[in-house]
Design a protein around this ligand. Structure first.
Ligand code: F6R
Length: 242
């Protein structure tokens, strides 16, 4: 495991963008596993900037996102498809037909998850998976539980996750209670994983995830078993590093 200590969020974003950019330059038709949330926003911003300078070409890249709220349409401003389009895809030369996010409008969980597993399989495998870290140690929407879920599945979001996401919605009632997420096995099958973490509020969970016991009670702890993980975290997030 490589740990890059960044000064702050901006530095973390630039360092993570450098790794993604290197991946795309080395393998122009690579498959990127992507995340939403506040952690990767700066990374996407930096990549857009370099794209505008002519340094990166996304025309052959495929992307597979980790998760989507069940019940939200792509046009819903809180959906992860909307987030990805507005914060990244609309600003680069990626072919949108090669950008995948679970279908939030498919209310039959079995169909939605089966279709997404097919997409992951047909992509030939994720070359680089970008991950953020939830305050409760979740990755994707794999919440703490009794076992590691393997493939794409429908989850009941933890109350802490609903509260953390509340800031994006008008009221807590509007925060969806379920989501589709890529499973732990699919995440672990990525050739390379880049975990980005910022802020003191994540310091303890980051330390426990990477130095504590491997347990489904802290889903990110499974990353200790992957042989190519790069953690890019700022000083604040590494302040409890043991
Ligand atoms: C989002 C996702 C989540 C977030 C995590 C951290 O696609 O998969 O696991 O990465 O909740 O969220 P932020 O970055 O907003 O702190």
């Amino acid at each position: 495991m490589i740990i890059y200590k960044a000064e702050d969020y901006k530095d973390m974003s630039r360092k993570a963008a450098n790794i993604l950019s290197a991946q795309v330059i080395m393998k122009p038709n690579c498959v990127l596993g992507l995340a939403t949330g506040s952690s990767p926003l700066g990374t996407y911003k930096q990549l857009i900037e370099w794209y505008n300078k002519g340094d990166i070409d996304f025309s052959h890249v495929t992307t597979i996102n980790l998760d989507e709220y069940k019940g939200l349409s792509p046009e819903n401003e809180q959906s992860y498809r909307f987030f990805m389009n507005t914060n990244f895809f609309d600003h680069i030369n990626i072919d949108k037909k090669r950008t995948f996010v679970p279908d939030g409008l498919e209310m039959d969980s079995e169909i939605a998850t089966k279709n997404y597993n097919e997409i992951i399989k047909n992509s030939g495998g994720v070359d680089l998976q970008l991950l953020g870290l939830g305050h409760n140690g979740h990755i994707g929407f794999n919440e703490p539980g009794e076992q590691f879920e393997r493939e794409t599945h429908c989850v009941n979001l933890a109350q802490t996750t609903i509260e953390a996401n509340r800031r994006f919605f008008e009221s807590e009632d509007q925060v969806p209670k379920q989501a589709y997420t890529m499973g732990i096995k699919s995440i672990m099958q990525a050739k390379k994983i880049v975990l980005i973490v910022s802020g003191e509020d994540k310091a303890e969970i980051l330390d426990r995830a990477l130095n504590g016991p491997i347990t489904p009670e802290l889903p990110a702890s499974i990353l200790q078993l992957h042989n190519d993980v790069i953690v890019v975290a700022d000083k604040a997030a590494l302040s409890k590093w043991s």
